[in-house]
Design a protein. Structure first.
Length: 251
């Protein structure tokens, strides 16, 4: 892995205790953070809303195509893609937590979990690459690396799909550790994306035909939640500002 500078989070500074510092997100802190949170699947966007995202993507991904879930983490999104008939591979940089959230050995169409380096070395190519809630976690170095790798892993004309929080106010999710006197984003977000900034980043990386849209993806109804309350919640979500930003492009 190439050496790179450590970049602090880009959230707005807040006034807290004297001597408070922003946590520096580097390979070590990011790895330890997600090794801990991988124990709690219900906190992952892909676990809570992956089924609705997969339904939405049916009109954008090639039918029965070979799809790479890039930045898959524990793998919660993979089963939802398999449910729609795609051939799916999961990949991530951090191999310590990759694929540890699902059991898929017997699922038809599942090609396995790999490190990104393994896929690049094998010369693998895909019909589509999906980055589900990943780009908000990346500093400049890893963003450029991920987009470059994605392009290399895509067949000519393949589809790239990127989802991320829509115009997130990073300062609203800053937390403070009274032991270390460090301040950080509660979900390790390092940047906020808008439709224009995401379009520019993808176009600048060489992707073409970039389009963006916003929407609120739905969570399935929990058994403990009455049907009427679930439908009321869905109706109310249509009145709120869309929480997710989606970009679709081609190689």
């Amino acid at each position: 892995m190439n050496a790179k500078p450590d970049l602090a989070g880009q959230a707005t500074s807040l006034i807290t205790e004297p001597g408070t510092r922003d946590l520096i997100w580097n390979d070590d802190t990011v790895g330890r953070f997600w090794a801990y949170y991988s124990q709690f699947p219900e906190l992952y966007f892909s676990y809570r809303k992956g089924a609705d995202v997969a339904r939405f993507l049916k009109k954008h991904l090639p039918e029965a195509g070979e799809v790479l879930d890039y930045g898959c983490g524990p793998g919660h999104f993979v089963p939802h893609l398999l449910d729609h008939g795609y051939r799916v591979t999961g990949a991530d940089f951090d191999v310590t937590t990759i694929g540890n959230g699902v059991t898929l050995a017997q699922r038809e169409g599942f090609s396995g979990f790999f490190s990104v380096e393994e896929l690049l070395q094998e010369g693998r190519r895909f019909d589509a690459v999906v980055m589900l809630e990943v780009v908000e976690h990346l500093d400049d170095y890893w963003l450029a690396t991920m987009l470059r790798n994605a392009a290399e892993l895509m067949r000519p004309g393949a589809v790239l799909v990127v989802t991320t929080p829509n115009e997130e106010r990073l300062e609203d999710n800053m937390v403070f550790c009274p032991v270390s006197n460090l301040r950080f984003h509660r979900w390790q977000h390092m940047r906020s994306w808008s439709a224009s900034s995401l379009s520019s980043a993808l176009s600048g990386a060489g992707f073409r035909g970039v389009s963006t849209l916003t929407r609120n993806f739905r969570e399935p109804r929990e058994k403990s939640v009455p049907v009427w309350r679930h439908h009321m919640s869905r109706a109310a979500s249509r009145l709120r500002k869309p929480q997710s930003l989606v970009a679709i492009a081609r190689k």
